[in-house]
Design a protein around this ligand. Structure first.
Ligand code: SF4
Ligand code: SF4
Length: 349
């Protein structure tokens, strides 16, 4: 697809066009924490968040509480998911990649399609935007990713002087860009876009230079049985904040509620960090201790998920779990410690 130039003065028109079909949300810059805000009125100007927002797109795809069944009934009734059509403008590359992780689980296996996720996913229009800065907690580069999206968006915007280099990633995105009569982006704008991308990537390299590990995260976990490198786990209090804030976590539990005329079954977010999550009938629990649950979170994201889904990690390096951890645990530090422990073990052999 060709790259076009969206001038800043046409941004309002761009928003208006999208709002004709979708409820509009955008990732806004804020002095304190960047947030996804709902735009009831189209603003004259808009300042996009330079880095990821506090919340991710998970809230748009998996409801905190979802009614999934109503019973008893004398006939088979399906609850038809009916998600509103929504557009989020200004999403960062890490959050776009996070959706792919959900898609594998809830959408791509024809035997296990989640109708609620499918409805939410198909109703979502996504405009991504390149990161123009990086937080101290961002580490997408350590996972081999980049601070911009290369796929998975309807439209991607790259901020340059006077506007944005825009590219469509879907037919719908192409229709919207085409309707705005935009001219092709000039080479100067493309070069600026590439320079900006390299600058942010260089910043990420600098931020994370002390967190680099010799072995990959997957290799470290494969060899972590009996490792004494799990020392960061001592600060974990099992609050579950890391999983609740994570754009790629998807654990849920089902529960029933008795109503006046019927019973209702709900699906709610859950966390593998809670002691009851893996508990089974009879009280047996394969992950009774906090340390086992702590390790499980790492194993799930960096070992089990990649084994199941083509080597892809179930983490996008957004750093939200680092910012929100009550025990001040940094996921990068955990791997650094495992790496050091692995090296010490080899040198003793
Ligand atoms: S594990 Fe942490 S860094 Fe990775 S995607 Fe989840 S919140 Fe982001
Ligand atoms: S947020 Fe931190 S303290 Fe809370 S469960 Fe996760 S790792 Fe443990």
């Amino acid at each position: 697809m060709k790259r076009v130039f969206l001038p800043e003065k046409k941004l309002k028109q761009f928003f208006s066009k999208i709002s004709q079909e979708y409820e509009l949300f955008a990732c806004a810059k804020s002095e304190e924490t960047n947030r996804i805000v709902r735009l009831d009125d189209i603003p004259e100007e808009f300042e996009f968040a330079p880095v990821r927002t506090a919340e991710s797109l998970r809230l748009f795809l998996l409801k905190l509480r979802q009614l999934v069944a109503k019973y008893p009934s004398d006939e088979f009734k399906e609850i038809t998911p009916n998600f509103p059509r929504r557009a989020v403008i200004g999403v960062k590359g890490c959050d776009i990649r996070a959706i792919k992780i959900f898609d594998e689980v809830f959408l791509n296996d024809p035997d296990y399609v989640d109708p609620f996720y499918k409805s939410a996913r198909e109703s979502l229009f996504l405009v991504s935007i390149d990161c123009t800065d990086a937080l101290d907690t961002c580490f997408c580069n350590l996972l081999g990713d980049k601070p911009y999206a290369e796929e998975g968006f309807d439209i991607n915007l790259s901020p340059v002087e006077g506007g944005y280099v825009a590219i469509a990633g879907s037919d719908r995105g192409d229709e919207i860009l085409s309707s705005l009569s935009l001219s092709e982006a000039e080479q100067q704008a493309i070069s600026q876009m590439e320079t900006n991308r390299k600058t942010v990537l260089a910043k990420l390299e600098e931020i994370n230079k002390d967190f680099k590990t010799e072995k990959s995260y997957r290799e470290l976990l494969e060899a972590s049985e009996g490792s004494n490198g799990w020392e960061t786990a001592a600060d974990c209090v099992g609050c579950g904040a890391c999983t609740n804030i994570c754009p790629t976590c998807f654990c849920f539990t089902l529960y029933d509620l008795k109503g006046k005329d019927a019973n209702y079954r709900f699906s709610v977010w859950d966390s593998c960090q809670y002691s009851g999550f893996a508990r089974m009938a009879g009280g047996t629990n394969p992950r009774r201790s906090l340390l086992e649950r702590f390790k499980h979170r790492y194993n799930h994201k960096f070992l089990h998920y990649p084994i199941r889904y083509n080597g892809v990690y179930a983490c996008v390096g957004c750093g939200r779990c680092i910012v929100n951890c009550l025990g001040k645990i940094d996921i990068r530090q955990t791997f650094k410690k495992l790496d050091e422990a692995a090296k010490t073990a080899v040198s003793k052999e």
